[in-house]
Design a protein around this ligand. Structure first.
Ligand code: NAD
Length: 304
């Protein structure tokens, strides 16, 4: 089965360089019309340039594809709305949104200013919400949409010095969980990609041999599946160096304390049992958890 995007229109944010560029080229090679969004900033979000985005547009045109550049700052709602309007003018629909633009402002929490915390959350979380929100009514109207939110192992597992970035990247999972539920009836599928790649964000962290293995092109095939016709929904795909895995959140069966037994001492005494992974499950939504607890307590109280 060939994965193709003929007739599909994609917006890829931050696609002038790095992972975004690789995703945009991958989509274009398989037939998508692509909006190359990039503000052209440094890794810490300074400056602005349209050069990289225009170079990717030229690359796509040279291979016979269609693309336009847009320099919207994803954290600026007005600029994002303009980008979506220009996309509709140029291509008439929006099928795929790849939220990829990002910056870093690493510091330990004690040294981090709230301005740096807010800036990183603004670009990653508010930026992804701005772009997805502006495209959402179009996707609903079409009865078709594929959205990817770029997360990170930093958000899923933690990384020293990245409280701002980790918080924003974990928020992608929360947004995915809700948009997955809200988008389902209009065939809008929403997933997260948690990449680990050799880009300017990571080039100083690893030796050249490792960087060679971690090229963005080893991740893009996973992204292409996540935005394809037969895409799954509510998947956190972790990817790097040709490895693809799924990261999941599970809840243990837990313990039940009743009446007078509900004390901190009893929670402490049964903490090992509460942590026991035997029979753990992935819950479908928040209410599934409420139902689980109410059912257990009711059964124990002989109310069912
Ligand atoms: P990169 O720095 O190479 O590219 C990021 C691009 O985003 C740049 O072109 C930049 O100009 C653009 N950008 C930044 N702020 C923007 C804004 N406000 N509006 C529009 N464009 C903006 O980074 P990368 O390594 O390719 O990372 C891409 C995404 O993957 C990011 O969200 C990053 O957090 C995530 N990620 C990367 C890694 C990795 O190992 N490289 C790991 C985990 C997650």
């Amino acid at each position: 089965m060939d994965i193709r995007f003929d007739g599909r229109v994609a917006i890829v944010t931050g696609s002038g360089i790095g992972l975004g560029r690789s995703h945009a080229l991958g989509l274009a090679e398989r037939g998508a019309k692509v909006v190359i969004n990039d503000l052209g900033v440094s890794t810490d979000g300074q400056g602005a340039s349209s050069e990289a985005a225009e170079a990717v547009v030229a690359e796509i045109k040279a291979m016979g594809g269609e693309a336009i550049a847009h320099g919207a700052d994803v954290s600026n709602e007005e600029q994002v709305v303009d980008m979506v309007a220009k996309t509709m003018e140029a291509f008439g629909r929006i099928d795929i949104v790849v939220n990829n633009a990002g910056i870093l402002r690493d510091k330990t929490f004690s040294k981090m200013t709230m301005a740096d915390f807010r800036k990183v959350v603004d670009v990653h979380l508010i930026g992804s919400a701005n772009v997805t929100h502006a495209c959402w009514p179009i996707m609903r109207e079409q009865g078709y949409g594929r959205v990817v939110l770029t997360s990170s192992a930093s958000g899923l597992y933690g990384n020293f010095g990245q409280s701002n970035y980790g918080a924003a990247k974990a928020a992608m999972m929360g947004m995915m969980n809700v948009l997955h539920l809200e988008g389902a009836r209009d065939d809008i599928r929403v997933n997260c990609l948690a990449p680990t790649a050799a880009t300017r964000m990571t080039e100083s962290l690893m030796p050249p041999e490792a960087l060679e293995l971690l090229k963005p092109e080893t991740i893009t095939p996973g992204l292409l599946y996540l935005v394809s016709e037969d895409a799954p929904s509510r998947v956190i795909m972790s990817a790097g160096a040709g490895c693809f895995a799924q990261t999941r959140v599970y809840e243990t069966p837990g313990i039940l304390l009743e009446g007078e037994e509900i004390t901190p001492e009893n929670v402490a005494a049964q903490f090992d049992q509460l942590n026991d992974g035997e029979g753990q499950e992935e819950l479908t939504d928040a209410f599934a958890q409420t139902k689980k607890y109410a059912r257990k307590a009711a059964e124990a109280a002989g109310l069912t």
